[in-house]
Design a protein around this ligand. Sequence first.
Ligand SMILES: [Zn+2]
Length: 246
Amino acid sequence: MKSGLAFLVAPLAFLGVVAACPFALAISVDRLNDQEIALLTSTVKALDPLVAQRKKAGTAPLLTFEELYAPLTEGQRAFLGQIRGLDPSSTGGSNRKLPAPDPKTEFIRLDTQYLPRQAAEAYQRMMTALETDLGKRLLVESGYRSPAYQLYLFIFYMPKHDYSIRETNRFVALPGFSEHGSPQRQAIDFITPQGISGEDRPEEFEELQEYGWLLARAHEFGFYLSYPRGGPSAFEPWHWHYEAVE
Ligand SMILES: [Zn+2]
């Protein structure tokens, strides 16, 4: 079987179409091979102008797969397809598959971030209460990120994690597995107006008076802590998700 596959793949690799071929070997999860690294590098480079332009316009989080794939070659699209098709259980990730965004979802823009209308309104109500109780507010550091933008972020961060899908997946969710990309369970990463996000040191956010307030009252507004201390995933005191209240 192995030699049969090699027989099929070798001549196709020679033609440079191996990534687009249905017989292509599975992507290397522990570390990309040289050919995959070259594809990743060329894909990120090809997407640079699009992402820069969308970041400038503040619309990067709404990127669609159609827009993401437009500047790419067939080989680059097939490479992204392989990442997109990964199951986190094979990469050490424990995230569960979340409902894909409904294309009719209405997003509200908050500065540089987006939230589905229901979550945005719940966030505003919660901030009014926080302001009444403590005279403070929390800002949205990261709200909605489309699955296509999540896919881009995943490959963008791979070089920082030595081209290891497994290692990157410890820090960046695969598309379809992030609460940031699922309006039915929309996540918000909070940050204080002074810039405390806790991402370098979770204790910094945990020690905030605002965090204690969220623990006591966020559920009244439909927000829940997704990754509590001592859970199976790393503690993320800044990451709360919204569950629509019927
Ligand atoms: Zn988050």
